[in-house]
Ligand binder design. Structure first.
Ligand SMILES: [Fe+2]
Ligand SMILES: [Fe+2]
Length: 290
């Protein structure tokens, strides 16, 4: 192990914890076949070099994003503790952090099967979670759980379901299927916490949360659009090869984002007593606050 702070990889090393890690993957974190039982072969010879290049780029970026999500979930634990959340929210949160590490490692295996190097040069420093000064511990925990679960992971569920549908390469499909099953738990975590917490907000806290939602929506939209820039693949053939390898088609994914916001996120939050439709409409109305 090099303790290099600028390279992300998913090497297991040779410490005695390796066996415990592997046991966790086979037991607590298991979703379908164990990773070592999946055949990682991808028929790379049947793809154009440009399609393979694009797929390696996308899967390498996913490796980074998934790994980063693990730090978000683990940083949320002290906030769940501070607001007095029930134990299942804390255990689920730590499971979710482990899921994301596992997702990163699965994405690295896809990169490798695509003929790429399963490591990336990236700073491993992480930013702290938003603290939301002036909010109660419950509001703080709720905002972060809502952003991650009801917004970001709910979008991730829609995206991975679509990718799984379009992917034809068996190993890639198996990986997306496992990731997708976990993302649905991650979204449910946010919705379950919001359902428990919302009735405990007084009128002021509800007003503050609705105001914060504008910022949250603006940020979500900007980040998701950055991930899928509005560019079309150079040809239909390349688009189809990309889809077979789990690479989404950007314009369609952008539409899917807005569909998910309007059909799942806004009605779901409104049903919990928030004024989400209004917050969405007014997401550009104010300068950044929270
Ligand atoms: Fe993930
Ligand atoms: Fe996730």
């Amino acid at each position: 192990m090099s303790f290099d702070t600028t390279t992300l990889d998913f090497e297991l090393g040779q410490s005695p914890l390796r066996a415990e890690h592997e046991r966790l993957l086979r037991t607590a974190l298991r979703r379908g076949p164990a990773p070592e039982d999946l055949d990682p072969t991808i028929a790379v010879e049947s793809y154009e070099p440009r399609a393979l290049d694009a797929a390696r780029r996308v899967w390498r970026q996913r490796m980074v994003n998934e790994h980063h999500s693990a730090t978000v979930f683990s940083a949320m634990l002290p906030q769940m503790v501070a607001c007095g959340a029930a134990l299942p929210f804390k255990t689920a949160l730590l499971r979710m952090a482990m899921d994301e590490l596992r997702h990163g490692a699965l994405c690295a295996r896809v990169v490798e099967s695509l003929g790429g190097e399963p490591s990336v040069q990236v700073s491993l420093r992480t930013a702290p979670l938003p603290e939301h000064p002036g909010c109660t511990p419950l509001e703080t925990a709720l905002r972060n759980a809502m952003f991650v679960g009801c917004l970001a992971e709910t979008v991730a569920v829609a995206f991975t379901a679509e990718e799984r549908e379009r992917t034809e390469e068996p190993f890639v499909k198996a990986v997306i299927t496992q990731i997708s099953a976990d993302e649905s738990l991650h979204a449910r975590f946010g919705w379950a916490f919001a359902r428990e917490a919302a009735p405990h907000l007084d009128a002021d806290a509800m007003r503050r949360t609705n105001g914060w939602l504008r910022t949250a929506f603006r940020y979500l939209e900007r980040e998701e659009m950055r991930e899928v820039p509005d560019v079309r693949p150079p040809s239909d053939a390349l688009r189809d090869e990309g889809l077979r390898l789990g690479v989404c088609e950007n314009p369609a994914t952008r539409e899917l984002f807005y569909e998910t916001v309007h059909e799942a996120i806004l009605p779901g939050l409104d049903a919990l007593g928030f004024d989400a439709h209004r917050a969405w409409r007014e997401r550009h109305a104010l300068p950044s606050a929270a």
